[in-house]
Design a protein. Structure first.
Length: 136
C-alpha cells in the first residue's frame, strides 16, 4: 500500500511538471512580453508584390497579411530602438514622433534564427508627444 502511494505521488509530480513545461512552451510570448513606452521612430505599412484575390463568399475574411506593419519604438528608459512586425490595424493611424505604450511579444529562444527579436507589437496607448508623461 505504501509503495502504491509513493508511485502515485511521483506520477502526479511528473504530470504537474509536464503541464507547467507545456504551458511555458505554449505561452512563452505572453509570459515574457515586454511593455515599452517611448517615441515612435517609424511605422511602415508592408505590402507584398502579389495580387489580392477576393472571394465571392460574403463571410470570407481578408488575409491578416494584408494589414502588416513594421514598427520601431525608442525606449524612454534605455534609448534602445526596439523593432517588431505587427498585424494590428491600430498601427495605421500612428505617426513618427508620437509617443506610445507598446507590448512586444518575443520569439521563443528555441527558434534560434529569431531569438531575441519580436514577432508582434500591440499598441496599448498613444499620445501626441512624450513630454510630461510619467513612465509606467
Amino acid at each position: 500500500m505504501q509503495k502504491i502511494k509513493s508511485v502515485l505521488i511521483k506520477m502526479i509530480v511528473v504530470l504537474v511538471l509536464v503541464a507547467v513545461l507545456v504551458g511555458v512552451v505554449q505561452f512563452y510570448p505572453y509570459i515574457f512580453a515586454k511593455t515599452i513606452q517611448g517615441e515612435v521612430m517609424g511605422v511602415r505599412y508592408l505590402t507584398e508584390n502579389v495580387a489580392i484575390v477576393t472571394s465571392s463568399d460574403p463571410k470570407a475574411q481578408p488575409s491578416t497579411k494584408v494589414f502588416s506593419f513594421s514598427v520601431g519604438i525608442k525606449d524612454r528608459k534605455t534609448g534602445q530602438i526596439i523593432t517588431a512586425s505587427s498585424e494590428d490595424r491600430q498601427w495605421g493611424i500612428v505617426k513618427e514622433g508620437q509617443c506610445a505604450t507598446v507590448k512586444f511579444f518575443p520569439y521563443p529562444p528555441w527558434k534560434l534564427d529569431k531569438d531575441g527579436t519580436y514577432f508582434n507589437a500591440r499598441l496599448e496607448k498613444l499620445y501626441e508627444s512624450c513630454e510630461g508623461l510619467v513612465e509606467e
